[in-house]
Each structure stands twice: as structure tokens, then as C-alpha cells.
Design a protein around this ligand. Structure first.
Ligand SMILES: NC(=O)c1ccc[n+]([C@@H]2O[C@H](COP(=O)([O-])OP(=O)(O)OC[C@H]3O[C@@H](n4cnc5c(N)ncnc54)[C@H](OP(=O)(O)O)[C@@H]3O)[C@@H](O)[C@H]2O)c1
Length: 209
């Protein structure tokens, strides 16, 4: 039976010592990020049907002069509600659901591929085995403390490296395919090796079309 869940890609910018933001959510420990550097984000966004983000990132982009997500469908995760202006109500919805339910809700709406924009929030999707791809941009900085990029351990997440690019400014961006977890209908056992040395996680195959 085909997997009805949309593919879910996580886009994370992290310091070399593994923080997505300061404890208070500040981004000044990631030089360039707070100043609006793109890091390939716009190109990645062009490949998705929907964007899922939590309240703080939503409030950040809402503060910009122009809404940057055009006609792309956006789901904002919040329990306490957020202000969605009339002009955005056609494309922006607020949900308070578990990660798996968020994706299950988007599949029947024709969404095939989702970008998860986050910090801490995306950890629930990763640990739930819901993420199919991860784009990790490492900023050459060591803020020393903050909100951890991957949080406490919650079971193995197996990755297959796809590509890495370094920018002249020193950013290193890597793309990984993520082995499917139990929430995507897999057993949760480590994937069976089927390849040789060039196939480090075996069951992580080509992306689903
Ligand atoms: N470096 C990066 O790539 C990157 C990307 C994005 C954000 N950040 C930074 O990292 C910090 C933490 O980011 P974060 O994504 O964890 O944001 P966050 O806004 O701190 O996420 C937590 C909030 O999201 C809402 N939420 C999360 N999951 C939910 C769910 N399943 N259902 C309902 N509500 C849910 C809740 O909002 P309510 O309190 O409204 O219920 C919760 O308080 C942010 O301050 C941001 O500056 C960094």
C-alpha cells in the first residue's frame, strides 16, 4: 500500500557545537543567520508544497516587511493560537497536533512534500521517524550554549549522506536521506543492509516519486 504521508524534509542551521539558537531563541550565535542570509533556503522551499513551522519562527517571518512564503501552504504549530492576518488566511493554518497527525492531515490535501522549519520542534518529527530528508547547514561558530540541535537521545536515527557543499564564507551544508521509522510503516528495526560499502544504511533507497 502506498505511503500516504508526505515526504518531510528538515532544514536546520546549526553552530559547529550543535545549537540552533541561544537559550532565549536569539540567533546571534549563528553569524549571518540573523542578518537574513539565505543558506539555500529559497531554492529548497521551491521544491515543497507546504511548510510546517512552530510559533516563534512564524512570528519572526511575520515581522518581515513582506511575507516570504508566497502561495506555499503554511501550517503553524501552536497550542495558544497565533494571529493570522486576513491576507494570509487562505494559505496559513494553525494546528496543535502531534507530528504524525500534522503530516497525516496534509496528505489527503494533496501535499506530497513538506519542509519542517525548526529548531526544537523538528526533533519530534525526527524521533518519530517521520523525516525523509535533512539539510544541515553548519555555521563556523561555537556559541558554547543554547537550544540543542538534536536534543536528548530517543533512539537511533540512521542517515545516508547525499552531498555536501562548502561556501566561500565557510558555511558547510550537507544533505542526508533519513531511514524511514515506525511512523512510516517500517518495523523500527535497523534497516537490512543490501548494498556494499557505498550503501551505508542499506534500506535508505532512492526518494519516493
Ligand atoms: N537554526 C535554525 O535552523 C532555526 C530554525 C527555526 C527556528 N530556530 C530558532 O530555534 C528556536 C526554537 O525553535 P522551535 O522551532 O523549537 O520553535 P519554538 O517556537 O520555540 O517551538 C515551541 C513552540 O512551538 C509550538 N509547538 C511546537 N510543536 C507543537 C505541536 N505539535 N502542536 C502545537 N504547538 C506546537 C508551541 O507553541 P505555543 O507555545 O504557541 O503552544 C511551542 O511553545 C526559535 O526561537 C528560533 O529562533 C532556529
Amino acid at each position: 500500500m502506498p505511503d500516504a504521508l508526505p515526504e518531510a524534509a528538515v532544514y536546520i542551521v546549526t553552530s559547529l557545537d550543535g545549537y540552533v539558537a541561544r537559550e532565549d531563541g536569539g540567533l546571534d550565535g549563528l553569524p549571518g543567520f540573523a542578518a537574513g542570509e539565505d543558506y539555500g533556503y529559497a531554492a529548497s522551499m521551491a521544491t515543497v508544497d507546504a511548510l510546517v513551522m512552530s510559533r516563534h519562527p512564524y512570528e519572526t517571518v511575520r515581522s518581515f516587511d513582506a511575507w516570504p512564503n508566497g502561495e506555499t501552504r503554511v501550517v503553524v504549530l501552536s497550542h495558544c493560537g497565533v494571529d493570522v492576518p486576513e491576507a494570509l488566511r487562505r494559505t496559513v493554518a494553525v494546528r496543535a497536533d502531534e507530528p504524525a497527525d500534522v503530516l497525516h492531515g496534509l496528505g489527503p490535501e494533496g501535499v506530497r512534500r513538506v519542509y519542517l522549519d525548526g529548531g526544537r520542534t523538528t526533533q519530534g518529527f525526527l524521533r518519530g521517524g517521520l523525516v525523509t530528508e535533512m539539510v544541515l547547514t553548519r555555521v563556523p561558530a561555537l556559541p558554547g550554549s543554547g537550544i540543542p540541535t538534536f536534543g536528548p537521545p530517543g533512539g537511533d536515527v540512521r542517515l545516508q549522506h547525499v552531498e555536501t557543499e562548502a561556501s566561500p564564507g565557510g558555511l558547510v551544508q550537507s544533505r542526508y536521506r533519513v531511514a524511514p521509522g515506525p511512523s512510516r510503516g517500517q518495523s523500527g528495526r535497523p534497516p537490512t543492509r543490501r548494498g556494499g560499502a557505498g550503501d551505508p544504511v542499506g534500506a535508505v533507497g532512492a526518494p519516493r516519486e
